[in-house]
Design a binder for this molecule. Structure first.
Ligand SMILES: Cc1cc2nc3c(=O)[nH]c(=O)nc-3n(C[C@H](O)[C@H](O)[C@H](O)COP(=O)(O)OP(=O)(O)OC[C@H]3O[C@@H](n4cnc5c(N)ncnc54)[C@H](O)[C@@H]3O)c2cc1C
Ligand code: FES
Ligand code: FES
Length: 1344
């Protein structure tokens, strides 16, 4: 009966969608309500410019602009950037959707200035993030009533929902700021020498001069100006979609479909996560987006009434309009503060206030503020036409359970305003792992009302208090007892300290707390209360608070960031090489026309694959049941080890892995099989239905410590010695020992692994399109698994959306598995690994444990070093031994230790196999080395700067692997940087700052680095290239390297043009393909420019010589390139050449003879200065100065891009990015062996607001390198370690605070220095209460 009523009403509803995309009308009758907007754009409209980076609203790659006329009378159009991966296509009915393709296109030569500037200012490397960033920026400009009112500040804030893993953000910000009206205020010195380039200033200004008065915008369709929303009902094959437009209609629908029969949805930011990741199923979605009654916002004399259906952006602007502390006691300001760091612009643009409240997340940001403000919720339902008000305090019953009946709808929240006569204060606090787009670890809304006792002597009595917290329990919780105890007490520090103790008792947390970090959370709770105490004091009477304590009161006000790049004069003898040629794909990337593997169209008959993964870390597979999966419509087959026609054994260096696990799984995330279906959605559904029965095995070894205890190692211990370390240690004036742990790092390339396998059944051939750094290995291992020769398999790769080592070996097995599936079914199969799967399957940077014993003199000169390194390899060999070897070879960094012993062991654990990552073990060893330096300096009470300078290697010194240091520029880099960064003066200012501020501390550090260039596996140091010149003079170049954003193809094209003597625009690279260049080495170890560049030069010179011979015979010496090529053809001269290069004099790593060699070392230095909030661990990088020796740069701007990108990636590695695996000791709250941090919501890479406020990069002048192509140096990996300068600067900030607390002993700071580790290192009375027994030595838990 009930259902009939609903259908009756649904019959009068519109049952199709109507909207516009890039100006073209779309009418969609056959829509499935679960389709996301992104899926629709990419798969139905073929608009592949918008990318799928994460599918959870965390990366911004899918950003599009949605515009809608919200008031047909005034014609007011609202523009919102949204995450296409979260928005459902049903939500855009009546809207105009603009994608990156709508702005401009290379083929039509009509690029929007945002697109061209980003390309020309090197704001795009791999380009995968670029369309999303373009759309965010376009949205910011469009949504302002007047684009010329845009400020740099607006721009910095508007990019909070976009991530870029390549650029380090500075060039993107520069390009974006050219649209700001206040660009002239960029605090950047104009260079005095004309030859020096200061990009930020000069280049930005050259664009600004060209700015039109208003920027071109895509026209809003006239038809939509008159759009009147109507009720919609869409019947999909799995679910139904309703969009009511009145409250009574909504209440009626909810009454008809109560409880789990329907799900209300507004922004879908939470519901999409539930359906996609938690696999919850809702039969009906009821969109509450168009119900007028939910959209009202008003301020009465007594309260603020906020409709549940306002977006957070709408709420934000209304609150700014209302904000008046005299009226609301800080309610508006607190909500504004919380909204500033609530998710991202894209999320706030669609997410609703009601959604946040009803979502009932224990870590909600808004609910603590609403609870502290004593908010009431207005709930309505059709039955009895009832309205009910529930206090927020009583609303949250238990984890995600709320006091709302099955058919109720939240209509509005009512926040009472304080009485004008009272002294009422409300503040909001939040601390997250990262400032931008991160959910709080603890958030708080703190409110107090006081009355004067003797206000002239600052005596105030507490009348009432409401302290509400997120992250301190299974719901948003209030410290009820604490609040009661406070009533009647005086507002003093003693009382607040007691309140902290009481709240800790009331809100206990233990090691099983979901999310972990109980000690940090307990500390934050107190820090917030203390900050609130001081805040109220300053409000009651400014002089109430000591000036040095004011640093605790207000958050850091982050100014606009800026940068500067200094490039030395270049040699005039080269025409192309050495110029800053823009990245060859940059325009295509900014228009979204650049195609990545997943953007390629499918051939007819293509099937889709989804991986079936192990859920146990160590177990025997007893049974696989595909029954339920095989009933999914579109299911084709399940593929496992029995389907492998050749060898199931696989692996990069050693074949100790299986393509599909045949019996014993060694980690969570091991590939057991592949489900192949007609559609991607069916494949995911079916994969989730495969039932696997396991017999659990022991032991389960997860950490380095476990492996050491169980003696679970891969290979033998590696040893390297120089001198007599035992004797030198015994004779040293001082010795120190210590241990350092360094966590792993997820590559977080924006494009996840994907591939397409196309079998050709007539000739037993297979073509693979794979996003891989290693085409030849992919070809070889695929052929092995298929039992065919390598000449039948071709692996092709156009470009990758970032890789960083993550696609060197771990991309291969999923690709081989897909190939096996394609051969089994005889049809093309494609696999696109979603972010969470990719993170679980493909391994990460190796965590390390490093023990050291250092001997040194009283002046700080090193005499001996004995180090032991262990890395966590995970469950297979992969590249772990090579990573260990590089770590052992980099333990000296730039210092002479004289007598050295290094031992390395590779630990085998039940985790996914860890793998290559930019730096390849080097950064971990370098961090240990610098930790040793700091330890020695602390012990001798010397400035680490002095110890560093004293121990630097000098020209000609031998490293600990007996390689002489030639063209050694480190002392010069160190001294030049000290001067150019004003290091000594700034050190003094830091000291002064620290004396004047109790709760904010600054730190400054200088570091140097050297990085060995060559593969340590000698045979890899070779490359080949193929050059074809066609009759029209165009050149097709193919080489063995792959393009992942690093600009390799751009550099190679420049080398070819230089060597051939032709125009650079004549040279083209199509792709990398194993049928053109065979036996390629992986594009890795930073050497690809060196090796492939030499091979290209070799090929081009062969042709050049042939052409020169023709020129010599011709009296007309001014023949054009085209003419000479034509002449050569008619003279039957070969216009093709194959080039080859093998690096000479490389011995690789020969530990038996205690020696190794690199081709040369890339060198650099950096200074970082930071400011730390010691009460929370929040910090800002105030300034970073980098001076890098890149030899004679092949392309200065691309090299600067590599330097900045690597620096920020290093910053992430050492300060922010924390992988958490469940285990038996550290993270008991999550499943052992399973990766908890498997998406951008939990794993935080640096974002736009982590860029240094002042970033200065210079390339060292006069530093030629005769050992590499055109005297250049490799640059991909070496600068990454320089990000550690911020790690040590932060450590110094902690030291300053600890000393103030009377703690002068050395302490170890393990990596990464997360906000948690930093706060807990700042041991004080708060940490003491949070962890009484160990607060001075407390170490936050980690996954190592
Ligand atoms: C990338 C990302 C970042 C995030 N960051 C944060 C953050 O920093 N802080 C934070 O607190 N949260 C964060 N969230 C959580 C989420 O965005 C918010 O809770 C948001 O406010 C939900 O609003 P919505 O309109 O999208 O809700 P939806 O997903 O549409 O709905 C959420 C829930 O509310 C219910 N609902 C919605 N409207 C009503 C109504 N009127 N009456 C009754 N029930 C209703 C729905 O049925 C559903 O159960 C984040 C989410 C994502 C995906
Ligand atoms: S793909 Fe949508 S935010 Fe990452
Ligand atoms: S250019 Fe931004 S992720 Fe690669």
């Amino acid at each position: 009966m009930v259902n009939e009523t609903a259908h009756e009403s649904s019959s009068s509803m519109v049952n199709y969608l109507s909207f516009f995309v890039n100006g073209k009308k779309v009418i969609e009758h056959n829509v499935e309500p679960e389709w996301t907007l992104l899926w629709f754009l990419r798969n139905k409209l073929g608009l592949t410019g918008s990318k799928l980076g994460c599918g959870e609203g965390g990366c911004g790659a899918c950003t599009v602009l949605v515009s809608q006329c919200v008031d047909p009378d005034s014609g007011h159009i609202e523009h919102r950037t949204v995450n296409g991966c979260l928005a459902l296509v049903c939500s855009v009915d009546g809207c105009h959707v603009i994608t990156v393709e709508g702005l401009g296109s290379v083929s039509k030569s009509n690029l929007h200035p945002i697109q061209s500037r980003l390309a020309e200012m090197f704001g795009s490397q791999c380009g995968f993030c670029t369309p999303g960033i373009i759309m965010s920026l376009y949205g910011t400009i469009t949504s302002l009533p007047n684009s010329s009112s845009l400020t740099m500040h607006d721009i910095e804030e508007s990019l909070d929902g976009n991530l870029c893993r390549c650029t380090g953000y500075r060039p993107i910000l520069d390009a974006a700021k050219t649209f700001a009206k206040d660009i002239n205020q960029l605090p950047c010195k104009k260079s005095s020498t004309s030859k020096i380039t200061s990009t930020t200033f000069d280049k930005c200004h050259s664009f600004v001069e060209k700015n039109p008065s208003s920027l071109s915008q895509v026209e809003f369709p006239q038809e939509l100006l008159h759009y009147i929303p109507q009720s919609i009902y869409i019947k999909g094959s799995l679910i139904e979609w309703y969009r009511p437009v009145t409250l009574s209609e909504l209440l009626h629908l909810r009454h008809t479909y109560p409880g789990s029969a329907s799900k209300l949805v507004f922004g879908n930011t939470e519901v999409q996560i539930e359906t996609k990741f938690k696999r919850l199923k809702y039969p009906r979605l009821i969109a509450v987006t168009h119900v007028k009654e939910l959209k009202e916002m008003q301020r009465t004399a007594n309260s603020l009434i906020l409709g549940a259906g306002v977006t957070l952006t709408q709420l934000q602007s209304k609150l700014v309009e209302w904000n008046d502390e005299k009226i609301d006691g800080g309610i508006c300001q607190s909500l504004i503060d919380q909204l500033k760091y609530f998710a991202s612009t894209q999320i706030r643009n669609v997410a609703s206030l009601g959604g946040n409240v009803v979502n009932a997340s224990p870590i909600s940001d808004l609910n603590p503020v609403l609870q502290a403000a004593n908010t009431e919720l207005e709930l309505r339902r059709t039955k009895d036409n009832s309205v009910r008000f529930v206090s927020m305090h009583e609303f949250f019953l238990s984890y995600r359970r709320i006091a709302m009946t099955d058919d109720e709808v939240l209509v509005a929240v009512h926040i009472p305003l304080p009485k004008p006569s009272t002294k009422y204060f409300l503040r909001a606090y939040k601390q997250a792992r990262r400032r931008d787009d991160d959910i709080g670890i603890v958030s708080a809304g703190l409110q107090v009302q006081v009355e004067p006792v003797k206000s002239e002597v600052n005596q105030w009595r507490i009348v009432s208090a409401r302290f509400s917290f997120g992250g301190m329990g299974p719901t948003t919780v209030m410290a009820i007892n604490t609040q009661k105890e406070l009533i009647g007490q005086l507002w003093t520090k003693t009382v607040i300290v007691k309140a902290c103790q009481s709240a800790l008792k009331e809100l206990p947390l233990d090691e099983m707390t979901p999310g972990g970090q109980p000690e940090y959370r307990r500390t934050l709770l107190q820090s917030f209360m203390f900050k609130f105490y001081l805040y109220v004091c300053t409000k009651l009477r400014p002089s109430f608070v000591d000036e040095v304590d004011l640093s605790a009161v207000y958050p850091y006000d982050r100014p606009v960031s800026h940068g500067q790049q200094i490039i030395p004069e270049r040699s005039e003898s080269q025409k192309v090489v050495g110029t800053s040629l823009p990245h060859r794909s940059s325009y295509l990337q900014t228009t979204g026309e650049a195609k990545y593997t997943d953007d390629m169209p499918s051939l007819p008959g293509t099937l889709h694959a989804a991986l079936v993964l192990s859920t146990q870390p160590h177990a025997r597979i007893k049974n696989i049941d595909i029954g339920a999966a095989s009933h999914v419509p579109g299911f084709v087959t399940f593929v496992n080890h029995q389907d492998v026609p050749g060898r199931n054994d696989t692996g990069d260096m050693v074949q100790d892995e299986e393509v599909f696990i045949s019996s014993i799984v060694q980690c969570v995330g091991a590939i057991i099989g592949i489900v192949v279906c007609e559609t991607e959605a069916a494949a995911y559904t079916a994969a989730g239905l495969i039932q696997i029965e396991y017999e659990l095995l022991t032991p389960t070894i997860l950490t380095i410590e476990d492996a050491i205890q169980q003696e679970s190692f891969i290979g033998d211990e590696q040893r390297l010695r120089q001198g007599n370390p035992e004797k030198a240690l015994a004779e040293a004036e001082h010795t120190l020992t210590g241990t350092l742990f360094i966590g792993g790092q997820e590559h977080f390339y924006l494009e996840t692994n994907c591939c397409m396998a196309i079998p050709s059944n007539d000739d037993h051939e297979l073509t693979l399109y794979s996003s891989t750094q290693n085409p030849s290995k992919t070809q070889e291992l695929t052929a092995l698994a298929l039992g065919i020769d390598s000449n039948r398999v071709t692996c092709r790769i156009k470009r990758m959306g970032g890789a960083f080592g993550g696609k060197e070996s771990r991309s291969i097995t999923p690709c081989v598995a897909t190939a096996v599936a394609a051969v089994k079914v005889g049809r093309p199969v494609r696999l696109n690994m979603e972010r969470d799967i990719d993170m679980c399957v493909t391994g990460q940077r190796h965590p390390f444990k490093i023990d050291y014993n250092i001997g040194f003199t009283s002046e700080g000169r090193f005499s001996a070093l004995d180090v032991r390194l262990w890395n966590n390899a995970g469950c297979s060999f992969d590249l772990s031994m090579n990573v260990m070897v590089r770590a052992m070879l980099h333990i000296d960094n730039t210092y002479q230790f004289h007598n050295v012993q290094v031992r390395g062991r590779v630990c085998k654990t039940n985790l996914p196999s860890n793998t290559a990552f930019r730096g390849f073990g080097g950064p971990q060893a370098l961090l240990a080395c610098e930790t040793i330096v700091e330890h020695v300096a602390a012990h001798l009470k010397l400035d680490p700067f002095v110890v560093r300078r004293l121990n630097l290697y000098q020209e000609g010194d031998l490293t600990h692997f007996a390689q002489p240091l030639e063209r050694w520029n480190i002392p010069r880099l160190f001294d030049e940087l000290v001067k150019s960064s004003d290091f000594i003066e700034r050190q003094k200012s830091v000291e002064t700052f620290n004396k004047l501020n109790t709760y904010r501390k600054r730190g400054i550090t200088i570091l140097t680095t050297k990085f060995g260039i060559a593969f340590t596996a000698k045979f890899f140091n070779q490359a080949a290239a193929l050059v074809h010149i066609y009759k029209d003079g165009s050149v097709l170049l193919t080489h063995g390297g792959t393009e992942m954003g690093q600009g390799l193809h751009t550099k190679m094209i420049a080398i070819a043009a230089e060597a051939l003597g032709c125009d650079v625009n004549k040279v083209h690279i199509s792709d990398t393909s194993t049928d053109k260049v065979a036996n390629t080495s992986p594009t890795a170890a930073s050497v690809s420019s060196d090796l492939n560049g030499m091979a290209i030069q070799n090929a081009c010179e062969q042709i050049r010589q042939r052409l020169d011979a023709i020129r010599a015979r011709d009296s007309n010496s001014h023949l054009s390139w085209e003419d000479i090529v034509k002449r050569a053809y008619f003279e039957r001269v070969d216009l093709c050449a194959h080039g080859f290069y093998s690096a000479p004099d490389i011995i690789g790593a020969d530990f038996v003879n205690n020696r190794a060699s690199y081709n040369y070392f890339t060198q650099g230095a950096a200074v970082s200065e930071v400011e730390l909030d010691t009460l929370t661990g929040d910090w800002h990088l105030l300034r970073a100065d980098i001076l890098m020796d890149v030899g004679t740069s092949l392309n200065p701007q691309i090299d600067i891009g590599q330097i900045e990108g690597a620096f920020i990636q290093g910053l992430g590695l050492f300060t922010m990015e924390e992988l958490i695996y469940g285990d038996y000791t550290q993270h008991k709250w999550t499943k052992p062996g399973a990766l908890f941090t498997r998406g951008p919501s939990t794993y935080k890479i640096p974002s736009f607001s982590d860029v240094p406020l002042d970033m200065r990069v210079s390339l060292l002048s006069d530093a030629p390198n005769p050992l590499a192509i055109y005297s250049s140096k490799a640059i991909g990996e070496p600068p990454l370690f320089l990000g550690a300068s911020a790690f040590f600067a932060l450590k110094h900030a902690c030291i300053a605070y600890r000393e103030q607390q009377g703690l002068s002993d050395y302490f170890t700071l393990h990596s990464p220095a997360t906000v948690e580790r930093l706060r807990m290192a700042c041991a004080d009375e708060f940490t003491q209460r949070a962890c009484p027994k160990e607060h001075e030595t407390f170490q936050a838990r980690g996954s190592y």
